[in-house]
Ligand binder design. Structure first.
Ligand SMILES: [Zn+2]
Length: 531
């Protein structure tokens, strides 16, 4: 059974009789969101979909942690301008739209959340969006903050027992917004009398931000207080009655934040731990990519490289507990398209042979399922990339030949879509062997061809003049001519590529010649053979 279906069944079994499920995920918008963060969204999104398909109601909540302090400066931001905000809640840091472009946003957190959300929506996921600061401000977490403060020693003990982290006896699992400088990341709570907390804004507590030294007292409620992540997480589960929430590898490790959150949930808050989906990293090509191609790994940039269905497919074809390493350099993208097409083939034409592959195709659809997808022809993307580089080619006509019948509207839409992504791939990622330009005049290198090579080209010209050949026929015929010439393949085909492309290698000869204008070929080969 496909993993998302298996999980949906497990979730239903874990909560007998439950009809409505809350599934939650989150992200701290501390800068451009890395493509890896999309994996969590897609996993939660397809599990929500699988639950709905089983007749359950599902609320998919996505929270942006805009109350988190700014604790790092992305390299693409103006350091002189942003240094002063280090330690402030992300919602109180100015939006960088003037420097980075795009729509004006209310604040820093909103700017980067919106970029990410656009990609999430483009993939067909429509979670309910929540900003943490709104919940803090509305008092949604107040009763839980009180519980945490009342049980600070228990929380401290859990930290020690689970992760070995020793907190001093006077430690409080809370920070507050400094009333003087507005920072949370630099404050230390020093006391709690059941109504107010006392605190100090510390100049040297963290390396990345400088507190103002103010000492004061304030309420920890209504948005003044901010829980540390490992305690905030279970408070979110408890306050929203979360039933399902996965955890990325960095949080799911033994002794990590999920383990602490589980115990806080059970022993301090007295609520249930959501069904967990531990998931592995999604890695992107690495530093090599960003330096050599000038492409970053932000979700916005990577989402432009492949269509939404392929992005979903990439994220779900492996089980959550398996890492994904995506490097768009080389043949990766066409291979992904081919695998997707194979799944489409099983879904439409070979029902029941590989049910998991059919489900992968189903869950890949941005429209929310495969039942609304019209069966159509999926031309191989390498073939589209090839045809794209042949001058004067009618792409629809060539694809119709491949299909063996006239194209439908859905077929044409697929051709248009693949044309766009084939062009992107050719421009930035295709290996040299896939790239070529048919030369308008006889390439200089052709003058160095041997008599034998020229004779071979002359023989091809004569053959071409005999009739209209199909690619397959031509493929066979050229191999016959090559055999007759006595030349090794590299020498024979090398002549052909030199005559047309000015280089020694190129696409498969039969298909290549069939796609080019016949009179052009006869003239070009004839000219070289007589020179
Ligand atoms: Zn301060």
């Amino acid at each position: 059974m496909f993993w998302a279906d298996e999980m949906a069944d497990e979730i239903i079994a874990k909560y007998p009789g439950k009809e409505e499920f809350i599934i939650r995920d989150e992200k701290t918008p501390s800068g451009r969101v890395h493509i890896g963060s999309l994996r969590g969204v897609v996993i939660h999104g397809v599990v929500a979909q699988a639950l709905k398909e089983r007749g359950k109601k599902v609320r998919f909540i996505y929270e942006f942690n805009d109350a988190d302090p700014m604790d790092g400066l992305p390299v693409y931001l103006d350091e002189a301008k942003y240094r002063q905000y280090m330690g402030k809640p992300l919602k109180d840091v100015p939006s960088p739209h003037e420097q980075l472009g795009g729509e004006p946003a209310k604040n820093y957190a909103e700017y980067f959340s919106r970029e990410f959300l656009k990609v999430i929506n483009d993939l067909g996921f429509q979670p309910e969006i929540i900003y943490s600061s709104d919940l803090y401000k509305a008092g949604h977490y107040d009763e839980w903050i009180k519980k945490v403060l009342e049980n600070k020693d228990k929380v401290r003990q859990i930290y020690r027992e689970v992760s070995g982290s020793e907190k001093p006896e006077d430690w409080y699992p809370l920070q507050v917004v400094c009333e003087k400088c507005g920072k949370t990341g630099t404050t230390k709570v020093t006391g709690w009398d059941g109504t107010n907390v006392t605190y100090e804004c510390m100049p040297n507590m963290v390396e990345w931000g400088v507190g103002c030294g103010f000492k004061g007292s304030c309420t920890p409620f209504g948005g003044q207080g901010k829980l540390p992540w490992k305690v905030e997480w279970p408070v979110k589960w408890a306050s929203m009655n979360v039933d399902v929430e996965g955890a990325g590898k960095d949080h799911a490790a033994a002794g990590g934040s999920h383990d602490i959150a589980e115990r806080v949930c059970a022993e301090v808050l007295g609520t249930h731990v959501p069904y967990n989906i531990p998931y592995e990293f999604f890695l992107f090509g690495g530093a090599k990519m960003s330096s050599s191609k000038g492409k970053g790994a932000s979700v916005m940039e990577v989402a432009e490289l492949i269509p939404g269905a392929l992005m979903r497919f990439l994220m779900i074809r492996k089980k959550p507990n398996q890492p994904i390493d995506f490097n768009p350099d080389g043949p990766t993208i066409p291979v992904l398209f081919d695998q997707y097409d194979e799944c489409a083939g099983f879904y439409f034409d070979k029902k029941g042979e590989f049910p998991d592959l059919e489900r992968a195709f189903h869950f890949s659809q941005v429209s929310g399922g495969a039942s609304g997808v019209e069966k159509h022809y999926y031309p191989r993307i390498t073939r589209i990339a090839f045809l794209e580089q042949i001058p004067h080619v009618d792409l629809y006509e060539e694809v119709a030949k491949l299909k063996g019948s006239a194209l439908t509207d859905a077929d044409r839409a697929e051709v248009d879509l693949r044309k766009h992504y084939a062009e992107l791939w050719l421009k930035d990622f295709a290996p040299d062997a896939y790239r070529f330009t048919v030369q308008e005049t006889v390439p200089v290198g052709a003058s160095a061809l041997s008599e034998n090579q020229k004779k071979f080209l002359g023989a091809i010209a004569e053959t071409l003049a005999e009739k209209d050949w199909t690619g397959d026929e031509l493929h066979g015929k050229i191999h016959e001519l090559k055999e007759a010439s006595g030349m090794p393949p590299k020498e024979a085909f090398g002549a052909l590529y030199m005559a047309l492309l000015g280089k020694e290698s190129g696409p498969q000869a039969g298909w290549f010649l069939e796609a080019l204008d016949k009179n052009f070929l006869i003239e070009r080969f004839g000219e070289i053979s007589k020179s």
